[in-house]
Design a protein around this ligand. Structure first.
Ligand SMILES: CC(C)(COP(=O)(O)OP(=O)(O)OC[C@H]1O[C@@H](n2cnc3c(N)ncnc32)[C@H](O)[C@@H]1OP(=O)(O)O)[C@@H](O)C(=O)NCCC(=O)NCCS
Length: 178
């Protein structure tokens, strides 16, 4: 696996099967599909509302204006088919210690179970390490077996910290030294 920056210094990370790179505006449809597929236990602000928001146009706008989509949560593109299947990257949620980022990932259901989240996460860990980060966090619902398994596979361990929501489940705080 390699990581680095392209000529215009956009982040581009590469693995055997994947490229992780900034989102393109036209790929807002993929983000909308991720929103529609979310588990009903995910909190309402992360699900499509009764009026259909966020719309594709709103997500396009977000890709244009929010740096998160160019240098944080990167589009995961399959090299063989050139399709974008979700995101993986780093985000500052403010839930870790100052300056410590969270690993986050989400993929379209049709590609689950092929090791893509694990492969993408490993190159993001390399990226974080080479950018000078010493520790990352990841939060995960206790019921999210697949995500917990991915985090365990790439070396995250559970901490004592938990947030209990009686309706939605418990958020587990996991961490990994780089
Ligand atoms: C979490 C997610 C990204 C995983 O993507 P993926 O590409 O399928 O992950 P991988 O194939 O790399 O690994 C999944 C692992 O979980 C295991 N797994 C998946 N579903 C499982 C289940 N219901 N019970 C037990 N294990 C399960 C798989 O067997 C695999 O482990 P293995 O390699 O030991 O067999 C994907 O399920 C997703 O997008 N979920 C919705 C968004 C989300 O939960 N994001 C994370 C928020 S913390």
């Amino acid at each position: 696996m390699t990581d680095g920056a392209s000529a215009d210094s956009a982040v581009v990370l590469e693995t055997d099967r994947l490229l992780l790179r900034p989102w393109r505006v036209a790929e807002a449809v993929v983000q909308r599909e991720l929103w529609t597929e979310r588990d009903p236990r995910v909190p309402p602000h992360r699900r499509i509302d009764a009026d259909g928001h966020p719309t594709v146009a709103e997500l396009e706008d977000s890709i244009r204006t929010n740096e998160l989509w160019s240098s944080g949560l990167l589009a995961v593109e399959r090299k063989a088919s050139h399709d974008v299947i979700g995101y993986c990257g780093l985000v500052d949620t403010g839930r870790g210690a100052a300056g410590e980022l969270e690993l986050a990932f989400e993929l379209l259901r049709r590609v689950w179970g092929q090791g893509y989240a694990t492969e993408a996460s490993l190159v993001v860990l390399d990226w974080a390490r080479s950018s000078g980060h010493e520790r990352l966090w990841a939060t995960v619902w206790d019921w999210n077996t697949a995500s917990r398994r991915v985090l365990a596979k790439v070396g995250f361990t559970e901490t004592e910290r938990k947030e209990v929501d009686p309706e939605r489940g418990t958020t587990l705080f996991t961490t990994r030294r780089l």
